[in-house]
Unconditional design. Structure first.
Length: 460
């Protein structure tokens, strides 16, 4: 009997088992659907947010507010419309303004924000290096016109385009989105301030009551200050920035449940050798001249095939029903193949351990306890970054954690070259597990039939 024949026979047996189909296909589909929606708050503002750090890059040159306004008044239509006295008052009022102080101290330094997000000002090169090393959650880039456009919008009715860029860390799922929301909060405050200020200026000019109500510059300053004195409400929102996509709850739990239940594919395969031994199928194959290495290889490829079937089924379900984007197709196929290899190695090892111990409780222990712990450490239940730092250190040890990180990167827009580290780790997992399975199988020795219901070990 060839390995192919063993593979076909065992696949038929496993796929005809309703319990196996429920464990590897139905349960992950049900749990993925439930967790995607019921635990969406893990990705929102109801979660206890861990403190994180960002880098701020200043690409602008220092410019005084008076010079910024003088340039605006001299280069656009606004300067020819406003009375000279009003322009002088606005320039005088802006002289004491400090947009950097508003952004860094009043906003980023605000008590509620600084409790969850700290920042460091550094060069663009240093910021990207820290992002690459997963030391920060995001980079906030202040553009060249940050001060000029900011002062223009704060003290005149002229709207100058101002955009802040946020580069997210694709390795993290929760905190980069919060950083985006916080920066957008600043821009929203600026917009509200501009609207209020423009309405006030137009009303004052139209009603000609400036002289009776104090000069216009004082009122503009009061409106700007009031906009940043209000309480801040931090809300997480989904966004796409700098070519990487945000991973929402549906995407996260689709990958999380898939990588968790791949372990159960290995668990299902772990019973096969022992069952064959108890049914004397194993002994009959040895008598027929089939080596135990061919038998073990057959089990390896059976588990590999089951894992691939599971991967295909769950990816198709999450894509068509939940609208999950898994990434570039060939990259997903490559990572799936490597993941299935690691799962097959683990399954082969568990099959040999169960076979050597001659007790199905070993496989049951893995399914009921060890796989659950691996799921927690690997981030299948909740994002790793919201767990204690001590737990986060172990996230790359279980193969499901490695696979999950790889799939999340692909979902965020990474190419296959960006997940090379995870591919290597998965191959290493598969090779180590398979090598241990071969070593234990070799020590097991050969069996011969000595009675109607048991086999005796004979040293090889």
């Amino acid at each position: 009997m060839k390995i192919k024949n063993i593979l076909i026979r065992d696949l038929r047996i496993l796929l005809s088992d309703k319990k196996t189909l429920v464990v590897i296909l139905l349960m992950p589909i049900i749990l993925t659907s439930i967790l995607s929606f019921s635990l969406a708050g893990v990705f929102g503002d109801d979660t206890e947010i861990p403190q994180f750090e960002i880098s701020v890059v200043k690409k602008y040159d220092q410019v005084s507010p008076t010079l910024a306004l003088e340039n605006v008044f001299s280069h656009n239509l606004l300067g020819s419309v406003l009375p000279s006295e009003t322009k002088a008052e606005l320039i005088e009022s802006a002289a004491s303004a400090d947009l950097e102080n508003v952004f860094f101290n009043d906003f980023l330094g605000h008590e509620e924000i600084s409790e969850i997000m700290t920042y460091k000002i550094e060069s663009e090169e240093a910021a990207y290096e820290r992002l690459k090393n997963d030391e920060i959650s995001a980079i906030v880039i202040l553009p060249e016109n940050f001060l000029t456009a900011g002062y223009t919008n704060m003290f005149t009715t002229y709207n100058s385009e101002l955009e802040l860029e946020v580069v997210r860390n694709p390795e993290r799922t929760l905190t980069p989105g919060i950083a985006v929301a916080i920066v957008e909060g600043f821009m929203d405050r600026m917009s509200v301030s501009n609207i209020r200020k423009n309405a006030a200026i137009e009303a004052l000019l139209a009603s000609d009551i400036i002289s009776g109500s104090g000069n216009i510059s004082d009122q503009v300053s009061e409106l700007v200050e009031a906009s940043f004195d209000q309480e801040f409400e931090i809300t997480y929102i989904e966004e796409t920035t700098s070519g990487r996509s945000a991973v929402n709850s549906r995407s996260y739990y689709s990958a999380g449940m898939l990588t968790l239940f791949l372990l159960f594919s290995a668990g299902r395969g772990s019973y096969m050798l022992l069952e064959e031994n108890r049914n004397f199928t194993y002994q009959r194959m040895l008598t027929a001249g089939i080596s135990k290495w061919k038998i073990l290889s057959g089990k390896f490829f059976v588990i590999y095939s089951i894992a691939l079937i599971q991967l295909i089924a769950l990816v198709l379900f999450s894509t068509t029903v939940l609208g999950v984007y898994w990434g570039e197709p060939m990259a997903v196929v490559t990572l799936s193949a490597f993941t299935a290899f690691a799962v097959a190695g683990l399954g082969a090892l568990l099959a040999v351990v169960t076979f050597v111990s001659e007790n199905t409780r070993v496989a049951g222990l893995f399914e009921s306890v060890i796989f659950q712990v691996m799921g927690l450490l690997g981030g299948s239940y909740i994002p790793i970054e919201v767990l204690p730092e001590e737990v986060q250190l172990f996230s790359k040890i279980p193969l499901n954690g490695v696979a999950l990180k790889g799939f999340l990167e692909l979902m965020s827009g990474a190419a296959v070259s960006d997940v090379t580290e995870y591919l290597v780790l998965l191959i290493a997992n598969g090779v180590v597990f398979a090598a241990l399975a071969i070593w234990m199988m070799k020590r097991k020795g050969e069996n011969r039939h000595v009675g109607s219901d048991q086999a005796q070990v004979v040293g090889a």
